[in-house]
Every structure is written in C-alpha cells, then in structure tokens.
Design a protein around this ligand. Sequence first.
Ligand SMILES: Nc1ncnc2c1ncn2[C@@H]1O[C@H](COP(=O)(O)OP(=O)(O)O)[C@@H](O)[C@H]1O
Ligand SMILES: [Mg+2]
Length: 371
Amino acid sequence: MSDAASRSAPLLAGPLPPGSTLGILGGGQLGRMLALAAARLGFDVVILDPEENSPAGRVAARQIVAAYDDRWALKRLAEACDVITYEFENVPADTVAELTALGAVVSPGAKALAAAQDRVIEKSFLAEIGVPTVAFAAVKDADSLAAAVARIGAPSLLKTRREGYDGKGQAWIQRATDAEAAFETIGRQAAILEAPADFGRELSVIAARGRDGEIACYPLSDNHHEGGVLKRTVAPAKVTPATRDQAETIVIKILTALDYVGVIGVELFELAGGKLLVNEFAPRVHNTGHWTQDGCEVDQFEQHIRAVAGWPLGPTQPHAHVEMTNLLGADIEAWKKLAGEPETRLHLYGKGEARPGRKMGHVNRLRPLKD
Ligand SMILES: Nc1ncnc2c1ncn2[C@@H]1O[C@H](COP(=O)(O)OP(=O)(O)O)[C@@H](O)[C@H]1O
Ligand SMILES: [Mg+2]
C-alpha cells in the first residue's frame, strides 16, 4: 500500500469498551489463543477462516467460513467488527486493502504485513533502519542466482521470498556448483540468498506497541529448532544486560518505523561476540512467546488484544522460569501423563488429526524464577 493510502487508513476513536467485536483473520492455534484472551477481556470474536470448525472458530462467538479474498465475507467481517487483526502473515495484502477500504481498522497495518511477507523486502527494510542482518541478495532466475552466489559465496542458504514457514522453502548451497539444484529444490521461485549466520544461540524478543506509541518488551527467550521447526523455548533466557539492550533497541526501531500496533515476534541470531542479527520478524503473536502464558503477568495474547483494542499495555514482568515444549504430531498422545505433572501447564489446540510435525499443543513447565 502507498504511504498516502496508509495515512488515510481508518483509526480507532478511543479504547474499545468490553462488548466490542474483534475480528481475526485465520483460525489456527494462534487465533484460538487470541480469541480466548479477547473473551476474557469481555470482547466478542469473529474468526474468518476457509475451513469449518477451525481451532479458533470453535472458541469464538462466530466464524465466517470463506476464502480470504471472498469480498462478500470481507464485507460481513468489516461490518461486524470494531477492529480486525490476523494470526498469520500470509493474509493477502489485497484482503487488508479491501477491509481498510470498507472502513475497518486493521492492526498491525499494511506496512508491517508487506515487510513480513517477503524476505527481500523485510531484510531491505531492516537495512534501511540500521538493523543488522546477514548479507543477502535477491534471486529471480539463473543469472541473478549466479550473481548472488558470486557475491554471497557458499555455503549459503536459499529461501523462497514468500510463504516459507517452519523451515519450508529453504535449501542450503554447500558449493557454488550446487546452486542450480538448490534453486530447483525450492521450485525456481523468487528467492533470497543469505550468508550463513554463525550463531551460538537463537534468541527472540516478543514486544508490543500500543496505539499511543507505548512499547513493552518481554524478557528474551532461548529457542531450539529441530528440522526448521521450533521444538523448545527456555525463558527468560540468560543474557547480559548489554544483549537485552541490543535486542530492545532493535525491536523499538522496528516497531517505530512500522508505526506498529500489536505484538511482534523478532527472531535473533546471537553471534560469538554477543552481536545480535535479526533473522526475521512476525507481525503477530509468536510460538516463542507461548511461555508468557504461564511465566508473565500479562501474556502475549492478552497484550496483543490490549494493543489493538487501544487499551494500555499490561506488565511484562516474568514470575516464573518456563520451558515451553511444542507437542508435534504424535507427541500429543502423552496428554494424560502431562496432565498429571504438577509443574506442567497444558495448552491443547483442539485439532483432530495428529499428522507428523503438526502443532497440536504445547506445554509450559514452570520452576521458580530464582533457580
Ligand atoms: N542465514 C541463516 N544462517 C544459518 N541458519 C539459518 C539462516 N536462516 C535461517 N536459519 C535457520 O533456519 C531456521 C528457519 O529459518 P527462518 O528464516 O526462521 O524461516 P521460517 O520462516 O521457516 O521460520 C532458523 O530458525 C535457523 O535455525
Ligand atoms: Mg523463523
């Protein structure tokens, strides 16, 4: 969307009173946990998702079952809702433009969505605002691939510009001669070639910006992936005050430059000397922030609802040390044992089929903060 269009985007007149209606694009587990948090604050939630009986739809006041580009459905959603948000960043930009044209307030806004949807736009934006990332180059065909490999070198990581998640749409190039094969693996789609980050740890910072520009950051978390998918988060991460300052400076720059409203998740690589690089950011609540549900005074879901509803942000202080583990696929079968563990909080998403790797739920294991 052009700057002129985003300037004329509708605004909330003031904090939304309880009883107002909140729309969520997407009916997965993030939408479900947002809907539960919204309900607790007295809001009604309408979910838009193409699939019937979505995890979020089943806990919301209403679900509109329709495609994201169904104009009639978007009109109904815009009419029903006082504010609209989304649980995933691949909502079509046209959907947000259409809702905005219908007079709906959509938060986070179109600029954040555009930056998060495309890895080249995302990293270019970060470079513009002085936030460090790995070196990168855009790839669209064999010639630009060869030029990118000549500039970035090998090993390097080729990723589709759009639609990648949980490590999908990525291929390592070990030697320059592997480049064509890697391009083939990702379906010869428009891509980004990234230099390898020589990181010791993957950290993330979850933060929120309210409608008045107030910013609140959660403590950093330490994240462990398996096969490109997040498996475990430990938080608050053991970090020096300097690392925490670095992360907060980064997230504040991003939130401010995007004139952001809502919760954001920023994935970081911690290099050997302590320098942080941004890997990517998600304009939504984030899997590495699930620990806040049982470890913080106000969790990321309530925080997001507060922000988009124009309420004051809540405190982000931790009151427990949390190890969050995703229940992927058949892991869910352990629910009975997990339910019997006194230090374990169970969060299940109400999904039917436990396909391999599917996010079925997560557990937060608590221990006292002082340990
Ligand atoms: N440039 C890189 N160098 C080294 N590892 C990387 C790089 N980019 C991504 N990774 C690894 O792959 C994982 C998934 O990549 P990411 O860009 O976060 O994609 P997704 O959108 O699938 O989460 C990261 O969490 C990290 O472990
Ligand atoms: Mg990621």
